[in-house]
Structures are given as structure tokens and as C-alpha cells.
Design a protein around this ligand. Sequence first.
Ligand code: PRX
Length: 642
Amino acid sequence: MTSHYPVPQSFLSNAFLDKQRYETLYQQATLSPETFWAEQAEQFIDWQTPWESVLQGDFSDGRIKWFSGATLNVSYNCIDRHLPQHANRTAFIWENNEGDTCKTISYQDLHDHVCRLANALTSLGVAKGDRVCIYMPMIPEAAFAMLACARIGAVHSVIFGGFSPAAIASRIDDANAKCVITADYGLRGSKTIPLKHNVDKALADNDCVESVLVVKHVGQDIQWQQQRDHWYHELVDAQASDCEPTWVEANHPLFILYTSGSTGTPKGISHRTGGYLLYATMTHHYVFDYHPDDIYWCGADVGWITGHSYLVYGPLANCATSVMFEGTPTYPTPARYWQVIDKHKVTIFYTAPTALRALRREGDDYVTQSDRSSLRLLGSVGEPINPDTWEWYQRVVGGNRCAIVDTWWQTETGGIILSPLLGQLEMTPGSVGKPLFGVAIDVVTPEGKPVATNETGLLVLKNPWPGLAQTVHGNHQRFIETYLTSFPGCYETGDEALCDEAGNYWIIGRVADELNVAGHRIGTAEVENSLVQHPGVAEAAVVGFPHEIKGQGIYAFITLQANQQGSETLKQSIKQHIADHLSPIAKPDVIQWANALPKTRSGKIMRRILRKIVTGNTDDLGDISTLADESVVAQLKADIIK
Ligand code: PRX
């Protein structure tokens, strides 16, 4: 039985969208999309010069242009245009890892920091169109770096601070970056992360990066390369605090962000300037119901798309006041989030189910010892939130006073696509609600036929919207093949979903070959490719399994080299190898030794069977007519690690 909760009256009475307004906007967007997007573009963005056309192109070859011919600058929209009225408004309240330092950065401060850094980048030879990699902890300089790139038309590529040197190297190489901005070390809870050291290792065989700019954050020793490395404070502080924005055409790339692919190498998802900014700004305004007196906290790291759209670009373009948090939810105690909420009187809080599950496990006392009466809206993103956790979020964290938005979207979509509360009077735990205006959704069979109400199928989007990525960096063909080929005329999300009789959508999960571990998208191929680089490993297959905290865990079946004996030490060494070469978040939770893997006669690993084995769901293995050796399955079942 699906339960429903009323949206609190206190929320509805002041919300931007009521049922009628949502429906009016949805209708307008559907009937006359170009007029609708032109109106939104005028409302939310300042353009330097006007567009010649709102939309050009379609999904047939994915060569789509939004607001073609118009020029704008993202940092101008996020900062300068607010200065005449709101120079003293706080843009960021930065809360450090330890909880003993808190910095307040006004829009005027932000302007000065960003301009100095933009001038510093120019002095290093970075120009419009050049790529800059940002590998930073959650410190204000990470946002300055993104905005400084945007100010001069350079294209940033933020690499999550949890990635290891090999993963950094492949991203820097693929982007052909000219400059890297990093810090000496990062802090996350009790851990110190050697960011500069990781960059040094990643650049060992690199020939595109000319300079590395290093923020002195922790102050411990690092190695230094005279010609290449520059201290941020030495170079940046000496610059002028004014820098004329570089006006770029609306389809000029704003950033690249790598996301896992089902075929091994990560894809550099490239977002355009104008359409992306419009979509992030408009969705931030409506979905979070952002009002000027709100204190908004998006807990996502800048290394992920959520940090781009809803920590930096959307909120700043709306002149919001945001909390930026360096720490982790459980450091120094599991009360940390709730203390930060009280300290800064946070009204809107956006986090991921994995954090909520981890905090819920610690018991309610940590939550209830705090006040939290400032909260009015709670958001969730990144993976399905199970109804139990939703109810806990609503009752214990929100004290039954808050509206809850479970938002569905992807790196590629640029901003939120599905969300509850768009004028609804009820909230349904576990459902991601309704489509935003201007997006048309369907759930289809593998042949592309719409499925019936309440039936599971593949989620597709049927028309272009301004937030959609424009290409895969350097490989438009991959963009077409990954997203636009299976269902001609549609964008394929790669998620399974269903739509209920009330028109609310429910996300089941990724279709194949991609895991969602603690909200992080991880390609099974990426993990397997890294596993087989361990000297002891001959062959590896990776599948997901249900995990209480992380949503999905990683289960690896490993066939060892002939000279190797399976042991606990070897398992630890393999896990460490993944942490060092890919990322600690991609470490397998379980490793099972396998004499052989189930394969088709043509030698393809049948992961479908492995998935059934790890979930104990082996009564019906499906079609196994192509399985080369059935005895392999019996052995794997017998050895399963519970
Ligand atoms: O499977 C969906 C899941 O996360 C995927 C996108 O991951 P990424 O590109 O890393 O972006 C994450 C942040 C937007 C989706 O294909 N996902 C995201 N949000 C939800 C979700 N699954 C269920 N419910 C959500 N609210």
C-alpha cells in the first residue's frame, strides 16, 4: 500500500507553485516550448546580446543549439548583476571540517575573489576555450575556481577529490587540460587526503598541463616543481580585483564533468553555457521554492553534478545564501549535520539517501537533541530513497513540518527533471513525482512502445530541454550512440521506472552495467578493468547487491592467476589496489574467488546470472541456453559469501 502525506499548509501558503500555476506552466511549455523557454530565459538570465533562435536541431543527430547567437557570461549572472542591490548579501557560509571555523563570503567578496583568480589564470596563459581541471576539497576556492574559469570563457572539469591518481590522469588527458587547480591536502572527517601528491602522480607522464595552482589549505609538506607549480595565495592575492567578463556564445562549453560509462572509459559530459545556466537556475527556484530569506544547504560535493547545479550555479544565479560544508555527516559525531542546520538556521536542506541511512542507523537522539525548527523543505537526490528512510526524514528530521522533494536527474540532464511538490497537495514516499515544465517523459518497452500504468519500463525523454548536455567531449559519436540511438527521437536515460495512476514516477534503478554506490555512479567495466590490472587477478566480474547503507554494494567475482592462492591478505591488497588506482568509493565490499566465470559460448561473461547468484535468486536463472558450462554456476552458488 502506498502511503501519502499532506504537504504542510505552512509550506503551501507561500509556495511559488500551486497546482494551477504548475499546470499552466506545464501546458505553456508543452504547447509552445520555444515561447516558454524564451520567457524563462528572459526571466532568469541576463544576456549581453539577444538570440537569433531559441532552439535549433533535434535528437536525430543530437546537434542541438539553444539561444543560438546570444552572448552571456555565467560569472556575471552569478555575481555582478546582484551587486547593485545585494553586494553585502552572503553568497556562501563556509563551515569547515572541524566545525571551529566558519567563513562568510558576500557577493562583493565573491566578485573580488573570482576576478583575482580569473586574472591569475590569464597570467598563466589560460584563455577562452582552454580546459582547466579542478581537484579540490570543499573549500570556497573550489567555487571561485569554477566561476573564474567561466569568467574568462575557460572550460572547467572538476574531478571529485576522492579519485585516485590514475583516474585523475585519464580525465586530465581526455580533457587535454592546460592547468590544474588543487590544494595541498583535503580534509574529510578524520582523513587527510594528499591532493597535491595525487596530482603529482597523475601528471607523471603528462604533456598537456603547463601549470598547477595550489591552495595552501592544511599546511603540511608537499613536493614542488619549480616551473610548473604556483601557490594560489602568492599568485592570486597580487591580482587586481576587477576582470571584465568574457562574453561567450550561448552554446560555448561551460564545463566538462566525467561520469561512468557502461563501457569502461568515463565519458566527459560537456554542458553548454546558456541553456545549462537557465535550467539550473529555473529548477533551483521552483523545486526548492527558493525565497530570498532562505538559508539553503546543498550537501553535495563540487565534484558531482549536484555540486555544480545546486551548490554553485543555480543558487548563485538566484542570489541565494548557501552553506558550503567541508566535513562529513558523522564527524566528529553523527549530530554534525543537525548542529550545522541549527548554527546557520538552514531552511532548505538537500542531501543523499546514503547519508540519511547512515545517520538513521546511529539512532534518533543525535537528531532530536537539535532544534531544526528553521527547516521548511528537505530534498533528496542521487538514488532511490526507500520509503522507510523517507518517513524518518519527514518525521524525525523534519518534525512533520517540512515539505520533501525526492528529485530525479542525471549528470547529463543538467538539472532536476522529476520532482514532487510541483503544485501537488500530497507527498508519496519513494516517488520522484512529476516532470518539470518543458520536459516530456515516457516509460517504454525495449522496442520503444509505451508501457501501461504501473508497469516497469525504460525511462526516456521525448524532447530537447536547455539543460541537456551538448555532447561527450571529443566524441560526439559516443553521445549519439549512448543516448540517442536505442529509441530514435528520444533521449535514453538508462534508468528503469514506472508511472502510477496519479501520474507520479518511480525510479527502479540503472538498467545495466552501472552501479549506484552511495549515490555514486560506478561503471562495472571501470572496476573490472582496474581489478585485472592487479598482478594476482586473471579475470573479474562485478555486480551490485542490496546494501543497507550504500543502497548498492560491489560484489566482485575474481579468478586468480595460476600462481596465486586466495587469501585474506590478497583480498585486502586487491581492495587497496582499487582505492589507489580508481577510487576508495569503488572498492569491492565482497570478493569471492571463482575458478571460472559463467560465460556464453562466445566468451561473454553473463553478469545477469551473477546478479541472481548474489541476491540468492537462483530458482529461475532465465535463458541459459548460451551458457557454455553449467557446472560453473553450481560452484559459484556453493561458495557465495553472505
Ligand atoms: O539512476 C539514477 C540515479 O542516479 C543516476 C544519475 O547519477 P549521476 O549522473 O551521478 O547524477 C546524480 C545526481 C543527479 C540516475 O540515472 N538517481 C538520481 N536521482 C535519483 C536517482 N534514482 C532514484 N531516485 C532519485 N531521486
